[in-house]
Design a protein around this ligand. Structure first.
Ligand SMILES: *Cc1c(COP(=O)(O)O)cnc(C)c1O
Length: 374
């Protein structure tokens, strides 16, 4: 699905030099490169504050911890996403309120958000799924109207650009009150272990989240609030600082591969290519087809026989997960998410796909699908 080895070979000298410098300095935690990377990421995204943390899940948790929420406060999140989005809500004693997504973009449905709002709603967590932004103008409007916070889960969408109705352009993570991203190795900007970051333009929230990420401490050994220990270590920061200058070219490579797939699969009766949201660029963390009248497992097996991996992101919506059973929700309540879970298929997507590989993958998909029709 990804080729991190070839990507590394192209930038090996920079990566190796960065890692070696950390080892030579032995500043493994809070080394100067963490600050350098933070500032470079602030410049790249246009976010006033970047707070590097241990991973994307921590980023979401720390963001929610900073908002002064009470147990039972409701957080609206899509049911078709990675589990981390709802997990931190539940862990903090808040109430996840899951809503359906749109069939075309697979992102959180704005109508569904409107219907889910109650007097206890405090936060909306849109997920910019697979690499394109949710409908942020509408979501921010709803938030202003109901006095809610918006925490963007941009773990899959770093570098995606959203054009507002007034023509201004902002990056994913910098539109809501807080944005969260992950540097998990396979993410669009991945390190060589775990890493994440929080984004905000709000000075007070930034101070609070910096303290929470550091045991709730501003002055050493004075703990004003309950915090956690969540840091981006110096070696990961060195890797990320070497990769950040390449992020735009990485995005372009992903978009080029997506265009190749689109071209091969457009108008096929058994496949819907990814729909593009009108206001957002798509940075293609995943290239995800929706299959129509296809035996998905048989197709995956046929592709695997030809050495082509494929993945199902995500096979079970949140409301149907065992750990998240809730009398409020039943199978059938979120028909779009359930339909997507049953028909999505993600193909290999990374920065190193060349025409030969893309031709091999697309030809095999086109051949295999003929034998897997329902
Ligand atoms: C990867 C991901 C996360 C979690 O990131 P980690 O760094 O693995 O903790 C959260 N939400 C979404 C949508 C993700 O894709």
């Amino acid at each position: 699905m990804v080729d991190l080895q070839t990507q590394y070979q192209h930038i090996k000298e920079d990566i190796d030099r960065g890692i070696q410098a950390v080892i030579d300095s032995t500043a493994f935690i809070k080394g100067p490169v963490v600050k350098t990377f933070q500032e470079n990421l602030e410049a790249y995204t246009g976010s006033k504050h970047v707070i590097p943390v241990g991973n994307g899940t921590d980023a979401l948790q720390i963001a929610l911890m900073a908002l002064g929420l009470q147990p039972g406060d409701e957080v609206i999140t899509p049911t078709f996403t990675f589990i981390a989005t709802a997990e931190v809500v539940a862990l903090l004693g808040l109430t996840p309120v899951v809503v359906d997504v749109d069939w075309d973009t697979m992102n959180i449905s704005v109508d569904a958000i409107r219907k889910a709002i109650t007097p206890r709603t405090k936060v909306i967590v849109p997920v910019h799924l697979f690499g394109q932004c949710a409908d942020m103008d509408a979501i921010m409007d709803i938030a202003h109207q109901h006095n809610l916070y918006v925490v963007e889960d941009s773990c899959q969408a770093i570098g995606a650009k959203y054009t507002h109705a007034d023509g201004s352009v902002r990056q994913a993570s910098t539109i809501g009150h807080i944005g969260c991203t992950s540097f998990f190795p396979s993410k669009n900007l991945g390190c060589y272990g775990d890493g994440g970051a929080i984004f905000t333009n709000d000075d007070a929230l930034a101070d609070k989240m910096r303290a929470i990420a550091n045991h709730g401490m501003v002055i050493r050994y004075h703990h004003d609030q309950i915090g956690v220990n969540s840091r981006l270590d110096s070696i990961q920061a060195a890797v990320l600082d070497a990769k950040l200058p390449h992020l735009d070219e990485y995005i372009a490579s992903r978009q080029r591969a997506a265009a190749y797939y689109d071209n091969a699969f457009a108008n096929h009766p058994n496949m819907l290519i990814p729909a593009r949201a009108a206001q957002s660029t798509h940075v293609f963390h995943q290239y995800t087809l929706r299959l129509v009248n296809v035996n998905r497992d048989a197709l995956r097996d046929a592709l695997a026989e030809q050495g082509i991996p494929s993945m199902i992101y995500y096979p079970i919506p949140l409301h149907m997960q065992k750990a998240y059973q809730d009398p409020r929700y039943q199978e059938g309540d979120f028909p779009v998410a359930e339909k997507l879970a049953a028909c999505v298929l993600s193909l290999p997507m990374h920065t190193e796909l060349d025409d030969e590989q893309l031709a091999y993958i697309t030809q095999n998909v086109l051949t295999a699908i003929e034998h897997c029709k329902l």
